[in-house]
Design a protein around this ligand. Structure first.
Ligand SMILES: Cc1ncc(COP(=O)(O)O)c(C=O)c1O
Length: 369
C-alpha cells in the first residue's frame, strides 16, 4: 500500500501559517494571459476549436511532436503525456514492477520515487552523501544490484540537493544497467535548470534502449497548474504498460491543457530564459547568505534545479528550527526529516522572486537565536 505523502501533508498542515515559501521547487509561474500573449489571434482560433471530448490516451500528437524535439533521437511514438510527472512516475513504475522484482533508488529523493516502487517490490536505497558533495557514487550503486534488480531510479538535477553528475558518470551508469538489462528510470523534471548550461545531461531515454526519462512543464517552465508531464522511452513496452495503467487513473490528458502546453513549448525558449534569469540572479544572494551564516549552516552549492539541502550546524534535527521560523516569520523551509534520515538538513528554494526578501527574514531570525 502507498504510505502518506509526508512532504505534501507537511505543506498542508502548515498552510495557514505560511506567508512565504522559501522552499518552492519551481520557478515563477505564468498567468494564462501571459502564456497567451494577451490574445494572439492564431491562438484564439485554436482555443475556440479545442474539443472537449476524451483525447488520445498517449497524448495529442501535436504535443508529443513538440515534446519529442527535446529528445533528438526519439519520435512522437516514443512519448506518452500524463497528468504531470507525478502521474507519469506512478503509471510507469506500476507498469514496470512486479512483487518478485527489486529496485534500486538513489536517495534523498522526491517521495514517489521511493514510495511507489517500495509499494510494489523490494527496494534498496543508495544515498547521496554530503561528505561526497552529494555526488553519485557508482560503486555503491553497483553493490546494491541484485540478480532480480529490474530498475535503477535516479533524479538529477536532484530534489532536494541540487546534485548533478557529470555526463561521464551517467554513461558509466548506463553501461552498468545495460550489462544486466536493467531499466534506468530517470526523473528529469529539473533538467534545463542547470546553473551552468554546459552541465546539462543528455536525457537517459536517448542514451539507452532501456532508459526512461520523465519530465514535465511544472518546474523549468513554471506551469505546474497545467498538469502536463511525460515519459520518453525507446522500449515500446514501457509506454504501453504505463498507458494501460493510466486507463485506471486519468484516462487521458485534459484537452485545454494540451493546447496550452503546445503553446508553452512553442514559446519555450522565451519562457525558460525569463524563469532562469530569476533563478540565476537569486543564487549569488544565497551564496552570500551562506557565507555570512557559516556559524549556523552550510550548503553544498547546487549545480542544477532551484533547491539546495543545507546542513544546520546547531542541532541534530531541523524540525524545531523550521517550526519556530514559520511561527516567528511565516517563512517556510522544509525539515530534512521529510526526506528520511537527513534530519540535520533543510530544504531551501531559490527559484522565485520573493526568495531574497524571505532569505533576509530567515537571516534576522537566525541572528536572534
Ligand atoms: C523530482 C520530482 N519529480 C516529480 C515531481 C512532480 O512534478 P509534477 O508537477 O510534474 O507532477 C516533483 C515535484 O516537486 C519533483 O520534485
Amino acid at each position: 500500500m502507498l504510505p502518506p505523502f509526508e512532504l505534501e501533508q507537511y505543506l498542508l498542515r502548515h498552510e495557514h501559517q505560511t506567508r512565504v515559501s522559501l522552499c518552492a521547487s519551481g520557478l515563477e509561474t505564468l498567468s494564462l494571459s501571459e502564456l497567451m500573449h494577451g490574445g494572439n489571434p492564431e491562438f484564439a482560433a485554436l482555443w475556440g476549436q479545442t474539443g472537449l471530448d476524451y483525447t488520445h490516451p498517449q497524448g495529442a500528437i501535436a504535443l508529443r511532436e513538440a515534446i519529442a524535439q527535446q529528445y533528438q533521437t526519439l519520435n512522437a511514438q516514443q512519448i506518452g503525456v500524463f497528468a504531470g510527472a507525478a502521474e507519469a512516475i506512478l503509471c510507469t513504475l506500476q507498469g514496470l514492477l512486479n512483487p518478485a522484482d527489486h529496485a534500486v533508488v538513489v536517495t534523498p529523493c522526491y517521495q514517489s520515487l521511493f514510495s511507489i516502487p517500495a509499494s510494489l517490490c523490494q527496494v534498496s536505497t543508495v544515498s547521496l552523501r554530503e561528505a561526497s558533495d552529494w555526488q553519485l557514487e557508482l560503486d555503491r550503486v553497483q553493490s546494491a544490484l541484485q540478480p532480480n534488480t529490474r530498475v535503477i531510479i535516479i533524479n538529477f538535477p536532484n530534489n532536494p540537493t541540487g546534485a548533478l553528475p557529470s555526463a561521464a558518470v551517467v554513461f558509466e551508469l548506463v553501461e552498468m544497467a545495460r550489462k544486466r538489462g536493467i531499466y534506468l528510470f530517470s526523473d528529469e523534471v529539473y533538467r534545463l535548470m542547470e546553473i551552468d548550461p554546459a552541465d546539462r545531461l543528455p536525457p537517459v531515454a536517448t542514451l539507452y534502449e532501456r532508459g526512461i526519462s520523465v519530465s514535465s512543464l511544472s518546474k523549468a517552465y513554471g506551469l505546474p497548474g497545467l498538469r502536463i508531464g511525460w515519459v520518453a522511452a525507446q522500449a515500446p513496452e514501457v509506454l504501453s504498460r504505463a498507458i494501460d495503467i493510466r486507463h485506471y487513473t486519468s484516462i487521458c490528458v485534459n484537452s485545454p491543457s494540451e493546447v496550452l502546453a503546445s503553446l508553452a513549448l512553442r514559446d519555450g525558449e522565451a519562457i525558460l530564459a525569463r524563469n532562469l534569469r530569476q533563478m540565476r540572479a537569486n543564487l549569488p544572494v544565497m551564496d552570500r547568505f551562506f557565507e555570512r551564516m557559516s556559524d549556523h549552516c552550510r550548503w553544498v552549492r547546487p549545480r542544477g534545479g532551484c533547491l539546495g539541502f543545507p546542513r544546520y550546524l546547531r542541532a541534530e534535527t531541523t524540525d524545531a528550527l523550521c517550526q519556530s521560523l514559520l511561527e516567528a516569520t511565516g517563512v517556510l523551509i522544509l525539515p530534512g526529516s521529510l526526506y528520511g534520515s537527513y534530519s540535520p538538513h533543510f530544504r531551501i528554494g531559490f527559484g522565485k522572486k520573493g526568495c531574497v526578501k524571505a532569505l533576509g527574514q530567515f537571516e534576522r531570525f537566525l541572528n536572534t537565536l
